[in-house]
Design a protein. Structure first.
Length: 407
């Protein structure tokens, strides 16, 4: 595992972490046992290879050859992982733009995207296990007549639509079979927020030009790392212990501009997996160094209810020397490293717990490792807390009230 996690700056005694490694290891064994519901994602870096990988690559080639734009309809786990990866990673020259619809209910955003569809050769990818998610279903119903008008008929429009959905059941599966959409499957034993390494995340990544073989290779190497028998679980344990010690918020601090949307994916992963039974750290994101000029005062002297998790890329693809001024002779990387170290030192001085997650570089392989590491440690933290990481009963409450109003 090439990701390095530093937990020594949390204020937690090493003996406290060691005391919980056995329990964390047993949680990891449960994840790998195959007997726990909704844990298919554990094997996804390996099982997504072979036939599925080749099919995803073949379909992505067709899309790039026949379209100038891919529009993905999805919300939550059906789009966050793909969008975060597309923003984070470098692309091959053959990639095409990927836009997203169905993740909000903003008419202005819809109109802007529909105008782009009218002006470009477009393919559409609908991602939903059931097909009943309101935002995604609404997006599909809005976009179908636009495609029909553009391409001349419902049949022609159907040839421009790909559905990533349940293998057998659901309204989207029925529609796909009736209309003849191309299809890919989301395994039944994988929930949306853990689906980034399935077709739901891999297909949009591949279309954008990301090397998804490298993503899967990194995730698989992380999954099979011997470090899971040692300190790879310490981040999960630290998060659990800090919650037990009264921390309420986890500030996810992103120290690379291309990782900003990774924070959105992490918020869903952590919030839906752990926020149950009156517990769980509330995930929030900050972007460095921007938010040091907006939230820095609060971090230093506000209510100390939070821990900090800093996601740091150690080496940029290219660095930029500073030619003149007070920092002449240094590089942008030098300033970034000094900023991160300064924040850590200042915050540790007043007792704020800080975890550092270091990626050596930001490429497809390292990003795959990071995704798998975060999924696994999140699930372990939830299990240490005594909650099911893979359900989200609270989400249904607002949906019930919303449908009453709409009905």
């Amino acid at each position: 595992m090439r990701i390095k996690v530093i937990t020594e700056k949390t204020g937690i005694e090493k003996s406290e972490i060691l005391a919980l490694r056995g329990e964390a290891g047993r949680a990891l064994d449960r994840l790998w046992s195959g007997s726990e519901p909704m844990t298919g994602w554990v094997q996804a870096p390996m099982s997504s290879r072979g036939e599925l990988l080749e099919r995803v690559l073949a379909i992505s080639d067709i899309i790039r050859n026949e379209a100038e734009l891919l529009v993905v309809l999805g919300i939550g786990g059906s789009y966050l992982g793909a969008k975060a990866a597309i923003e984070a990673l470098p692309k091959f020259e053959r990639g095409i733009p990927v836009r997203f619809l169905g993740f909000n209910l903003c008419s202005d955003y819809y109109l802007e995207t529909l105008e782009e569809i009218k002006n470009k050769k477009t393919m559409v990818c609908v991602v939903s296990k059931s097909g009943n998610t309101m935002e995604v279903r609404t997006a599909l119903e809005i976009i179908k007549p636009v495609l029909e008008e553009k391409y001349g008929s419902a049949e022609a429009a159907a040839q421009r639509i790909l559905a990533i959905t349940d293998a057998k059941d659901g309204s989207l599966r029925e529609e796909a079979e009736e209309m003849g959409y191309t299809t890919l499957e989301i395994p039944r034993d994988i929930g949306g927020r853990y689906s980034v390494l399935t077709a739901a995340g891999l297909l949009p990544m591949a279309v954008s030009g990301i090397d998804i073989r490298e993503v899967l290779d990194g995730a698989a190497d992380c999954a099979n790392s011997p470090e899971w028998d040692g300190d790879a679980v310490d981040y999960a344990i630290s998060r659990f212990l800090l919650q037990e010690k009264g921390k309420e918020v986890e500030l996810i601090e992103l120290c690379h501009s291309r990782l900003n949307y990774l924070g959105e994916w992490m918020k869903q992963l952590y919030g839906e997996s752990e926020g149950k039974n009156g517990g769980g750290l509330m995930p929030s994101t900050l972007v460095f160094s921007t938010d040091l000029h907006s939230m820095g005062q609060y971090l230093q002297q506000g209510r100390q209810i939070f821990m900090e998790t800093m996601v740091i890329v150690d080496k940029p693809v290219r660095d930029i020397p500073i030619p003149a001024g007070p920092q002449a002779g240094k590089t942008v990387r030098d300033l970034s490293a000094a900023m991160v170290s300064g924040v850590v030192k200042a915050h540790r001085t007043i007792g704020i717990p800080v975890v550092e997650i270091h990626l050596p570089v930001l490429d497809a392989y390292e990003y795959g490792q990071l995704l798998y590491f975060l999924e696994t440690t999140c699930a372990i933290t939830a299990m240490l807390s005594g909650v099911n990481p893979f359900d989200q009963p609270g989400v249904e409450s607002y949906k019930a009230e919303m449908h009453k109003l709409l009905d």
